[in-house]
Design a protein. Sequence first.
Lengths: 223, 127
Amino acid sequence: MADPHAAHDAHGHGDRHPRLQHHFQDMRTQQHAARLGMWLFLATEILLFGGLFCAYSYYRNLYPEAWKECSKHLNRPFGLLETFDLITSSFTMVMAIHFTRLGKKNLSVLFLLLTAAMGFGFLGLHGYEYYHEFLEGALPGKYYHFEEVTANGAPMFYAVYFLMTGLHSVHVFIGGAVLLVLAWLTMRGEYDASYDHPLDLGGLYWHLVDLIWIFLFPLLYLV
Amino acid sequence: MANDDHGHGHAAHGHSARMYYITYLVLAACTILTFTAAQHNFGEWSFAIAMFIALVKAMFVILFFMHLWDQPGPNRLTMAIAVVFVLLLITLTLTDAATRFPLAMPPGSHRVLHVGHVPFNPAIFDK
């Protein structure tokens, strides 16, 4: 472990990156710390969704018939479209960071905006699905009055469905807002090849959103 | 750190996007595959197939889009522990649900209906 003061002296003030905080030796250590912090946050996110996945497993185990019936009434092609939307947005996200590292600022901004647009597009698609479910009365608990499925536990399916997709959509919304801010900051020239940590962390968050959907899609729409 | 990256994030030159393209193609192919598989009836295997494909997609996203492939140990450990705890939560909860006395389950649920017919015996109230 090197003495931080020694590192200060060795580098001198001229060498220090303006974005390097005084308590880090160099940019790489700072980025490692930032990433570890982000991963810890993502771990809590996984645990948060884990509770809902647990509820899903429990009620699916109790009401397999209701799960089968209700799942058929979700709009599969829409689910497929939403999945493609999210994996494509994950791809444009990594490309945005890639372009920043290559110093192509405008391309980076374009790809960040594309990613955000796909995020909000996802919300639009899902909102359309919610709208139809409200019309049909496929709602949780006592509000359930969907006539096509009368299996026991169908209201539980919709409770789990709305909670899981709802929490996920909240994450998509937050992610989309973060991306717009990042696009704005990138446009102002805040990030370049030597400093892109906020983009990196925003990207991790966005991929987590994609990751959750990778499991939600088959569990809700396909089984 | 044993698993240090290769000056990642600093070395703008030589930073390749090849793995991103491959990952995207794998994700797209797996999505079509899982959608097609769901149109066929594999019975009990449907669930396992869907989950296996989802797992493959998740691994590609985590390893290449989220860069756990070339990141130091603590980040990987954080992710692994979170996943282990979620699996523990689900397995233990399901073990509990699967081994409960059937009448302790909510009315109308699968296991209460399928436990077999229990004839009503009024004699139990006589004592």
